[in-house]
Design a protein around this ligand. Structure first.
Ligand code: SF4
Ligand code: SF4
Length: 395
């Protein structure tokens, strides 16, 4: 006999975190039938809807299926009750960021817009404190815009490395907690849902093989392709994803320039390969984000409404890109009085993006990656259609 212990607070939190419609579900299972990403065996999101209604927090948070959903919203459009299962699963994912966060009080700050002033104030205070250190803030060159004459480059590098080290440590702790949780939950889910006692999860290969397969899946974005109602998400997400990669490569190139050749990246001409890559990255992220925002705002009935966590991440990323572009434009225009404040604003938004990565929507990349590995390991993630077809043709 299974004893159900509802967590009422969890239900209330989900309602606030984007799952406001979850109580409308009457378990018809249309959503599981129409979902293009759900496996035939033990499909989602119907079962997650009842778990959410019953407040089965433990089971829901340890259910890697919530990460196999890409919020294409096919299910929400077909739901006869308007229960919006796509948004409910998004709310559960938002809760995962909080539940596994380290330290948890920082994760808590992202559970409600009520804490936004604190979220905005922390980096502001930290940056202000660093700027008070003698030698960090300089008298900038107002004739030529050279950012290194405004804020000491070394101070930015030390701050960046410190924040980076912090993020890596807390992210690894959070992800390890999650990995352990989904590992322990597998038997429970399989046993209770399928009624098969002691069923052993089929192991398909070693961890590295599954990790590699999961990585390929992420690189190709093949699961996004299967969305029918919101297929724009494939291109928009692809743009943001590869834009980010280009920005990372460009940052690595800039570091080599600075330490190997003694050239400041922000003083490079526009045709330099590092600059070209960086600008292409900015453009891809900007176009991808704008597309997502436009779809979400102009047809929220089809594309779904963003949660507070979505808004926070999208807005911060947008501000990083916009201040970055304007900063560069004002440098080329020689507008020093605009360029330097923009540089400071850009650092603030970048700081927020990186320092809050393990607690914000940014962390979805890692949680989804781990869930992909789990799904590959258990055979839960079917092969993409084109691969299945080619196998059929050969046989
Ligand atoms: S979420 Fe909607 S489609 Fe899915 S089971 Fe509930 S009522 Fe049916
Ligand atoms: S949002 Fe899309 S992927 Fe997620 S459960 Fe619904 S139909 Fe499936």
């Amino acid at each position: 006999m299974t004893r159900v212990e509802p967590d009422v607070k969890f239900i209330k939190d989900l309602l606030k975190m984007g799952g406001a419609s979850l109580k409308k579900c009457f378990q018809c299972a249309t959503c599981s039938v129409v979902c293009p990403l759900s496996p035939d065996d033990d499909p989602f999101p119907r079962k997650e809807m009842i778990w959410a209604q019953w407040g089965l927090k433990d089971r829901l948070l340890k259910d890697p299926d919530i990460w196999l959903c890409h919020q294409c919203n096919d299910c929400s459009i077909s739901c006869p009750r308007g229960a919006k299962p796509g948004e409910v699963l998004n709310a559960v994912r938002n809760y995962v960021f909080y539940e596994f966060s380290t330290p948890k009080f920082i994760g808590k700050l992202f559970t409600s817009p009520m804490y936004l002033p604190v979220v905005l104030a922390i980096p502001l205070i930290l940056i202000f404190a660093v700027l008070q250190i003698p030698g960090v803030l300089k008298n900038p060159d107002m004739e030529h815009v050279i950012f290194g004459t405004f804020i000491n480059d070394l101070a930015i590098e030390i701050a960046g490395l410190t924040v980076g080290a912090y993020v890596i440590i807390v992210a690894l702790i959070s992800f390890y907690k999650y990995w352990k949780a989904i590992g322990m939950s597998q038997d429970l889910v399989f046993e209770v849902e399928r009624g098969v006692e002691g069923k052993t999860v089929q192991k398909i290969g070693g961890f590295l093989t599954e990790f590699w397969q999961a990585l390929l899946e992420i690189i190709k974005h093949s699961r996004f392709r299967e969305c029918t109602q919101n297929n724009y998400r494939y291109w928009a997400h692809l743009g943001v994803f590869y834009g980010f990669i280009l920005l990372a490569i460009s940052t690595a190139g800039a570091t080599i320039y600075m330490h190997g050749l003694g050239i400041h990246e922000l003083a490079l001409p526009i045709y330099d390969p590092v600059k070209l890559l960086g600008n292409l990255g900015f453009l891809l992220v900007f176009v991808g984000l704008s597309w997502i925002l436009y779809a979400r705002l102009s047809r929220s009935d089809v594309a779904g409404s963003p949660s507070y966590q979505d808004w926070f991440f999208i807005t911060d990323l947008y501000l990083v890109v916009i201040t970055g572009i304007l900063m560069e434009a004002s440098r080329f225009a020689g507008a020093a009085s605009i360029a330097y404040p923009l540089y400071l604003a850009h650092l603030y938004f970048v700081f927020m993006l990186i320092a809050y990565a393990p607690y914000s929507k940014f962390a979805h990349l890692m949680y989804r990656g781990l869930a992909y590995v789990w799904a590959k390991k258990t055979g839960r993630m079917p092969e993409p259609p084109q691969q299945v077809q080619s196998v059929q043709r050969e046989t």
